[in-house]
Design a protein around this ligand. Structure first.
Ligand code: HPA
Length: 245
């Protein structure tokens, strides 16, 4: 079974034929919402809306540990995470889909590890390549099959939010090597790695990052976001049609 974590603009997954929902509790507290189980094509899928079904949780308020733990406990074999981002690199403008291949983490103060507290042994998870290469390959194939305009590598900068960045911060991220910027990719990816869960990220660019042109507001319900999310659903369909989950 594949897990899908939906981000802003994807609190529901219309292509999911829902079988049931389940409220799960974890040693780390409550996940963002109940898990939704169902099928896409012939494949079993479990879906969770990262910000809650009513988009009530800001990026820094999400209980990433509870979300990952809850999915692990259901026996998922991998996690496909969907996120909205701002575009920094010129070929990553609004409407583009990006499958990043690396991460720079600028977040702070989030509960970012399971190896915490007196009873947990210290483990230094290997994180050189934060995304799982075979899940990424499957995702890239699906992106190509769905004919969405897509960039199949890039560095994801994760900021603390919820405010947007200054133009100077974006220039700094760019100098650091970042191509897109979002607020929720970390510690999610690292926690999945700590649980040995293959994890890949599909990002929809909904705006230019600060100072890169376009508007300064991030509107997850604008036309770009809506059209982009139908691109995302097409990718999910292609992904689940082509391989067992
Ligand atoms: N910055 C950070 N996170 C985002 C942005 C942005 O410009 N757009 C969507 N998520």
């Amino acid at each position: 079974m594949l897990a899908i974590i939906g981000g802003s603009g994807l609190a529901r997954l219309p292509i999911l034929e829902v079988t049931h929902r389940q409220v799960v509790r974890t040693p780390y507290g409550d996940p963002s919402c109940a898990l939704t189980f169902g099928r896409i094509g012939q494949q079993n899928v479990v879906f969770i809306a990262r910000h809650g079904y009513g988009h009530s949780l800001a990026p820094h308020e999400i209980n990433y540990r509870a979300n990952i733990w809850a999915l692990k406990e259901q026996g998922v074999k991998g996690i496909l995470s969907i996120g909205s981002v701002g575009g920094i690199r010129p070929d990553m403008g609004p409407g583009a889909l990006v499958v990043p291949d690396n991460i720079i983490d600028y977040t702070w103060g989030r509960k970012h590890t399971f190896f915490d507290g007196p009873d947990a042994p210290v483990v230094h998870a290997e994180f050189t390549t934060p995304y799982d290469s075979s899940l990424r390959d499957r995702l890239i194939e699906a992106v190509k099959a769905s004919a969405s305009p897509a960039v199949t590598a890039g560095v994801y900068a994760c900021t603390q939010g919820p405010r947007l960045e200054t133009a100077a911060e974006i220039l700094r991220f760019e100098r650091d090597g970042a191509d897109i910027v979002g607020m929720t990719g970390m510690p999610e990816a690292a926690l999945a790695r700590e649980q040995n869960l293959p994890y890949a990220h599909l990002c929809l660019v909904v705006n230019w990052a600060a100072g890169k042109g376009g508007t300064r507001t991030v509107d997850f319900n604008n036309t770009i976001a809506e059209q982009g999310m139908s691109g995302v659903t097409a990718v999910l369909q292609a992904l689940l049609a082509s391989h067992p989950a």
